[in-house]
Write a protein that binds this ligand. Structure first.
Ligand code: F6R
Length: 607
């Protein structure tokens, strides 16, 4: 995730900015840059590690001045490169900005400004902010920033400097974190505390739609209409490592809590006036009607996301879908050709098996679309098309937001194809799209009330073996729930299609065996009830994970966790979040090394 640091004080800004950027390195980035005011704005930026920026700036000595902004970039729009790195300058060079987030309407704004003669240098969505500030600036920075905020749609935390206001750093934000650090004769803006904690422990949180104007001796705050407002500072006593995790004990929990934002970034920028626009992927009646089969390929959780996608796409698009493990695909002599659409799923974009499968599918003539998180990763580069999930960097080895955003991306693709093929009614399409857009709020609801999941996790943390069962899309979600539990808690966990239990596995159920039963598919409630009873009649314990429509299962189970009301076809994202929390708290209870489970690597670049 991108990082922001800004400084105004009495010391040279550049070395402080570089130090702040180092503190933000843990967030993951592919390029960095700093800009300092010295009558004009001097700027140095570079793709690659901060070390390169340090060399280019001679440890900051090449940029003289006491006011500046810096940025670590995690590419979303435009490849990682010097020119796409932040800060970005306005065309006249009088404004520089750094930006975290996504400007959803950047293409429209860019076209509008280009028609007025503005020249753009980068492929980013962010550059438009610098140009807009120049366009609306008429001598009053606060008023220009209010206007800019009213024009841009999306999420943003932005740091700004201007030659017209050479003693100040400005900041605006919406749906993207930004804190103001208050020091003695120096003030900071930062995307998280870690960047400024070395200099101050006193912070102010900038709220949505608010503006900050900082000089070395003052911090002024304004609302979205330019009215002055007071903000009360608070003290943060975290050390740097706590700050990096945003106060969470582990990166995994932090990333679980980032899911409302991540899902919003996957879905929202792609829905315009009820139309799904999948970036540059040209889906139209001609090429969609040529598809006679879809292959979905991935490993681990990415494969599990594919299984959720398979049932959704088959149901809505009426196209046969095969979901295949990448490591099996490459040695399976696959049946594929130019009428097979191949969706390659990978959070890291560099998993060796998945990359090999992509290459084979391409060689055999299939059209490939990569669903990837890491921009410009090998899989993203090699596929014919790419749909980035925009989950942001995942640091914990066990994927959480990586997985749920992959599922959301598959829903978008499914709905898009179904609409073109007319295999979904207009009414159902709109209903599903609304549901998809509202999912982040429902995830938020789950995250706001975790007492029950914590207490069940504590209760069952000493189990040796846990089964997960479900039918249909609940079975797909069970696979991911079991993987999460086994990889971070080391409890043996297996998922079964609930109807399969009686064909063998039920022999393992005995007194005290815990089974998590996912029950969100109303049409299958009675079938699941029979499966639950079958477990209980062998003295097994059942913890149900139920949707609101199926809470009657409580009377027939030993415990229940619920998800918010949701269309049955979209429940896997919500159940995934509950099961991630369950796995996390079980592992925490058992004292496991949650972020770095034994024997596992974040990115598996060997076959
Ligand atoms: C599980 C997990 C792995 C990955 C798998 C694929 O929590 O993280 O199962 O899902 O290694 O990785 P990517 O998506 O990077 O290809």
């Amino acid at each position: 995730m991108c990082g922001i640091i800004g400084y105004t004080g009495t010391n040279q800004a550049a070395p402080i900015l570089l130090k702040g950027l180092e503190r933000l390195e843990y967030r993951g980035y592919d390029s960095s840059g700093i800009a300092v005011i010295n009558e004009k704005i001097d700027l140095i930026k570079s793709a690659g590690k901060i070390k390169v920026l340090e060399q280019k700036t001679d440890g900051g000595k090449k940029l003289s001045g006491v006011i500046g902004i810096g940025h670590t970039r995690w590419a979303t729009h435009g490849v990682p490169s010097d020119v796409n790195s932040h800060p970005h300058l306005s065309a006249d060079g009088n404004f520089a900005i750094v930006h975290n987030g996504i400007i959803e309407n950047f293409a429209e704004l860019r076209a509008e400004l280009s028609s007025k003669g503005y020249k753009f240098k980068s492929d980013t969505d962010s550059e438009v902010i610098a140009q807009l500030i120049q366009y609306y600036y008429d001598g009053d920075m606060i008023s220009a920033l209010c206007t800019v905020m009213s024009k841009i749609v999306g999420s943003y935390a932005v740091g700004i400097i201007s030659t017209y206001s050479p003693d100040s750093v400005y900041a605006i934000r919406k749906d993207n974190p930004l804190v103001i650090g208050l020091g003695a004769n120096e003030n900071f803006i930062a995307s998280d505390f870690a960047a400024a904690l070395e200099y101050t422990h006193n912070f102010v949180q900038l709220g949505d739609g608010e503006i900050a104007k900082l000089t070395s001796r003052s911090a002024l705050f304004f609302d979205a209409h330019g009215n002055r407002m007071e903000k009360t500072p608070y003290r943060v006593d975290w050390d740097i490592s706590q700050a990096e995790k945003g106060g969470y004990p582990h990166f995994m929990l932090k990333e679980i809590y980032e899911q409302p934002r991540a899902l919003t970034d996957t879905v929202r920028p792609r829905v315009k006036n009820s139309e799904i626009i999948l970036d540059k992927i040209a889906f139209d009646a001609r090429n969609v009607n040529l598809i006679d089969k879809i292959d979905i390929i991935g490993c681990g959780s990415a494969y599990h996301a594919g299984i959720v996608g398979k049932s959704f796409i088959e149901k809505y698009c009426r196209i046969r879908v095969n979901c295949v493990l990448a490591s099996e695909y490459i040695y399976s002599d696959p049946i594929t050709d130019n009428r097979t659409l191949t969706l390659i799923i990978s959070q890291s974009g560099e998993t060796a098996d998945t990359l090999a499968a992509l290459r084979l599918a391409k060689k055999m003539g299939a059209h490939t679309i990569a669903i990837v998180n890491v921009v410009e990763s090998p899989i993203a580069r090699e596929a014919h098309d790419v749909l980035y999930t925009h989950a942001g960097p995942e640091i914990a080895v066990a994927t959480t937001k990586g997985y749920t955003t992959q599922v959301a991306a598959l829903y978008l693709i499914g709905l898009k194809i179904a609409k073109i093929k007319h295999t979904v009614s207009d009414a159902r399409y709109s209903e599903m799209l609304d549901e998809l857009i509202n999912l982040p709020q429902k995830v938020e609801q789950i995250l706001n009330d975790t007492d029950s999941v914590k207490s069940y996790a504590a209760k069952y943390s000493s189990q040796h073996c846990v089964f997960f069962i479900g039918r249909g899309t609940d079975y797909a979600a069970s696979l991911e729930g079991a993987l999460k539990l086994k990889e971070i808690s080391y409890i043996h966990a297996e998922a079964y299609a609930a109807g399969e239990l009686k064909h063998g596995t039920i022999s393992l159920v005995e007194k005290g065996t815990v089974t998590l039963a996912l029950i969100t598919q109303s049409a299958l409630y009675n079938k699941m009830l029979s499966n639950v009873k079958a477990v209980q009649s062998r003295n097994g314990t059942v913890l149900a994970i139920a949707s609101q429509a199926n809470i009657a299962i409580e009377d027939n189970s030993d415990g229940m966790l619920t998800i918010p009301d949701c269309d049955d076809d979209l429940t896997p994202i919500l159940t995934a979040v509950v099961l991630q929390l369950f796995a996390y708290y079980v592992a925490a209870e058992r004292g496991c090394d949650i972020d770095k489970p034994r024997n596992l690597a974040k990115s598996v670049t060997v076959e």
